[in-house]
Each structure stands twice: as structure tokens, then as C-alpha cells.
Design a protein around this ligand. Structure first.
Ligand code: PGA
Length: 251
């Protein structure tokens, strides 16, 4: 049984106090949600306060990125995964398409960051997904497979227990254009087959695969009813506590 995960990616939104306020507003709204894990990913500057305020609740806190490096070293502007763990976070989103697109992240750096996460006992939410061109040219599966095998290269079957995959078709992110449940299911099933090849049947069966791309209260239930969709990584609709709580309470 894979426990669903609803994760909110707050991207580069909210000043410190706004992030804290939203997290505090969310807390009572989802206090009774035992059917899924709940994760929120605020900006770095708000992480420590939000993690402190969420302590003892059913809301886990994630960072949106980390350094490829595992040694504290001269890397101006970077943040080591253990610094993220140190302030009370449990997860890190790795390889989001916006980072691949605007910050030159490659399958290799995604792999290094994933390993950095695992090195310090954190769980990595590894993002994969094709662009519209790639889908229209019939390459969606090839691209997703390449991203997946690149990100997970060198990981053991045991490592896979701390990996969550987020399938986020780039054309569906922030566009209001959601993949249909059938399109998403098709790719999630494919991802599971790839994990079976690269790791093990057990890893394929146990890994949670989240869908991301214009998930909202109105479409979450339908997406969640698909066999291989184990949760959602929500951007825009996670910024408002009420709308995110509705997504969490999709049942
Ligand atoms: P969206 O973003 O829900 O605003 O489409 C999803 C994401 O980028 O994780």
C-alpha cells in the first residue's frame, strides 16, 4: 500500500511572514487528514520558522533545491543538504523543470543532488517531465526515461525507499492545462516499469509517484483515482491554505 502524498511547492512566492502565516492557517485545516502525507516547500528564508511552527503536526517541510556538494566548502550562494536537515526539513525537491530550464540543471546535477539528499538521510522528491515539443514529437517516454535513469543512477534498491518521483509535464505547469488522468496514468505506469528495470519489482511497487501540473481542488480527485498516481505536487493552488487543504482532503 502506497500512502498518498500531497506536496505544495511554493516556488519563489511569499515573504517570510506570509509563508509562516499560510502554514499556520493550513495546520488546523488538515489536522484530521491521516489518509496522506502532507508536505509544504516554502522559500529558503522561511524554512526554519515554518519547520519550527509545523513541529509536532502532520505537515512535513521540504526545501526546493540543495547543493550538489556534501562537504561544507567554498560554494558561494549554495546550501548543503545537511543544513536543510539541520533546521528541521525532511524532504528536498530536486530537478524541478524550472531549475532545469532556467538554472541549467542537468540529469547529472540532479543525480548529485539526489545523492546529497540521501547521504544525509533526507527524502528526495525527484521531478521529471517532458516539454510540449517532446510530447508532440512522440518523445515523451524517452525523455522521462532518460531523466529518471539519470537522476537515479547509482542508487541502490534500499536508497529507493527515500525517493519520491514527481511526474510534471512541463506543458502542464502553471498553464492551467492539466494532463488528463489517462495521460498521467499512462506515464506513471511507464515510470513504474522503468523502475522495475533499473531497480526492482519491489522498488517499482513501493515508490510513490506524484503528478504535478495545474492540480487544483476541482481535478485532484479524478487524478487520484488512477492506479499509479500516488499523490500530487501542487504549485499555484498550494499558495492559498484553503485551496491546498481542499486538495489534501481530496477523499
Ligand atoms: P502548478 O505547478 O501546480 O502551478 O502547475 C506545479 C509545479 O511546478 O510543481
Amino acid at each position: 500500500m502506497r500512502k498518498p502524498i500531497i506536496a505544495g511547492n511554493w516556488k519563489m512566492y511569499k515573504l517570510h511572514d506570509e509563508a509562516v502565516d499560510t502554514s499556520l492557517e493550513l495546520k488546523p485545516l488538515v489536522a484530521n487528514a491521516n489518509h496522506c502525507e502532507i508536505i509544504i516547500a516554502p522559500v529558503f528564508t522561511a524554512l526554519k520558522t515554518v519547520a519550527d511552527r509545523m513541529e509536532g503536526s502532520n505537515i512535513q517541510v521540504a526545501a526546493q533545491n540543495c547543493s550538489t556538494q556534501i562537504e561544507h566548502s567554498a560554494h558561494t550562494g549554495e546550501i548543503c543538504a545537511d543544513m536543510i536537515k539541520d533546521i528541521g526539513c525532511s524532504h528536498i525537491i530536486i530537478g524541478h523543470s524550472e531549475r532545469r530550464q532556467f538554472y541549467s540543471e542537468t540529469d547529472e546535477s540532479v543525480n548529485q543532488k539526489t545523492k546529497a539528499c540521501l547521504h544525509f538521510g533526507l527524502t528526495a522528491i525527484v521531478c521529471v517531465g517532458e516539454t510540449l515539443d517532446e510530447r508532440e514529437s512522440g518523445n515523451a517516454e524517452n525523455i522521462v526515461k532518460k531523466q529518471l535513469t539519470g537522476a537515479l543512477a547509482g542508487l541502490t534498491v534500499a536508497d529507493m525507499e527515500r525517493i519520491i518521483i514527481a511526474y510534471e509535464p512541463v506543458w502542464a505547469i502553471g498553464t492551467g492545462k492539466t494532463a488528463t488522468p489517462e495521460q498521467a496514468q499512462e506515464m506513471h505506469g511507464f515510470i513504474r516499469r522503468v523502475l522495475n528495470e533499473t531497480h526492482s519489482t519491489e522498488a517499482a511497487e513501493n515508490t510513490r509517484i506524484l503528478y504535478g501540473g495545474s492540480v487544483k481542488p476541482a481535478n485532484v480527485k479524478e487524478l487520484m483515482s488512477e492506479a499509479d498516481i500516488d499523490g500530487a505536487l501542487v504549485g499555484g493552488a498550494s499558495l492559498d491554505a484553503n485551496s491546498f487543504a481542499q486538495i489534501v482532503n481530496f477523499k
